[in-house]
Design a protein around this ligand. Structure first.
Ligand code: PLP
Length: 365
């Protein structure tokens, strides 16, 4: 386990903590920062369609900020479809996800991502019109990925071969959809794109999976390199689409809380904060230390400049935000966890132990 960096400078952490209006725990979203980031990503991808993968964070305020920057939204369930359709009725939707029900297969969508030959047969049986991308899992080595989407996702060559004769003029094959892994840098994604784009002259959705480095909150995926590389690989008339999630919204979210206890057990120092990983599950699912900044608002007992493990209020040893991070911290201090904007609140098990839920705050210009 590497050591979490002290994440944000004190001024930013101060600004974020002030936005929480004294509530702890609280989520704070920096909407102008999200707007600036999305502007930069959009600018780096000329001629490439950009969709946001809503499952990373479906918060309506975030979707409203992202809407003008994206060509569409990728949704993976009837629930996400209803949520986004209500907020952005005119925005194109791509509907994906394994195990779609017949009701989901009937939902209006700019593109339907079909995951299997049987799903395609059920789609045909509905009698609807649809523009389809086949989700393909090619047998390609994906080195250095944080998570490889092997197993039930998409189809192999046999699956694709079974689908091809089934299309007609009502259910039309538009191209292919790939989402092979997450946590890839621009070079790794371009290497994959080179292979995938050369085998398909039609429309290609290259998925998401752009790396987010939780050890280095200042680092960003190299969007200009990715955009330039994709523009070079694109053949005339080819539609290329990407659908990032984490790399768009991770940076704009913060989880703000307060230290309730500092203790030492068999020599190890622990800081216990209000809330826990039932509000911010990301460090548990990813197995990392969540980057944080301590604001010295407390006057209680504490430790100075030594390794501290920061935990929440859950009665489980898994409720750990960060392990043995050298810091000074005392009871009453404010802890601002950065990089909490994606796969954070919305993937967490909120009701476990029935603690109060965080409040939500939005920084605007
Ligand atoms: C989750 C997912 C994404 C987004 O992945 P990130 O790693 O958040 O960029 C994109 N496409 C599909 C099909 C997904 O399942």
């Amino acid at each position: 386990m590497t050591t979490a960096r002290i994440s944000t400078d004190q001024d930013t952490a101060d600004r974020i903590a002030r936005a929480s209006a004294g509530d702890a725990p609280a989520y704070v979203y920096d909407l102008p920062a999200l707007d600036a980031h999305a502007t930069a990503v959009r600018r780096a991808l000329p001629g490439i369609e950009l969709y946001y993968a809503v499952k990373a964070n479906p918060d309506p305020e975030l979707l409203r900020v992202l809407e003008p920057h994206v060509n569409g939204f990728e949704v993976s369930s009837g629930g996400e479809h209803a949520h986004v359709s209500a907020l952005s009725p005119d925005k194109p939707l791509a509907l994906g996800g394994p195990g779609k029900t017949d009701a989901e297969l009937l939902l209006p969508a700019h593109r339907l991502h079909v995951e299997s030959p049987n799903e395609l047969r059920r789609l045909l049986a509905t009698g609807r019109d649809a523009d389809v991308l086949l989700r393909v899992s090619p047998d390609l080595p994906v080195e250095g990925a944080a998570l490889t989407m092997s197993g039930p996702f998409g189809m192999d060559d046999d699956g694709v071969r079974a689908c091809l004769p089934l299309f007609d003029d009502r259910v039309r094959l538009r191209g292919r959809h790939y989402h092979l892994a997450s946590g890839l840098n621009a070079d790794q994604l371009l290497k994959l794109a080179e292979t995938l784009l050369s085998t398909d002259p039609g429309e290609v959705n290259l998925g998401g999976g752009m790396a987010v480095d939780y050890q280095d909150p200042a680092a960003r995926f190299d969007w200009p390199a990715y955009g330039t590389g994709l523009a070079r690989l694109r053949t005339p008339g080819q539609t290329i689409r990407v659908e990032p999630g984490r790399s768009l919204t991770a940076y704009c979210g913060y989880y703000v809380t307060k230290v309730v206890d500092v203790k030492r057990v068999r020599g190890e120092a622990y800081a216990i904060v209000l809330g826990g990983t039932h509000h911010l599950r990301t460090p548990v699912t990813k197995g990392h230390d969540q980057p944080f900044t301590v604001l010295p608002t407390g006057a209680g007992p504490g430790v100075t400049d030594e390794p501290v493990t920061v935990v929440g209020q859950l009665c489980t040893p898994k409720d750990v935000f960060a392990r043995a991070v050298t810091t000074s911290i005392r009871v009453g201090d404010t802890v601002v966890f950065a990089m909490s904007g994606a796969y954070a609140w919305n993937i967490s098990h909120h009701d476990f132990l029935m603690h109060p839920k965080p409040t939500f705050h939005y920084l605007s210009r």
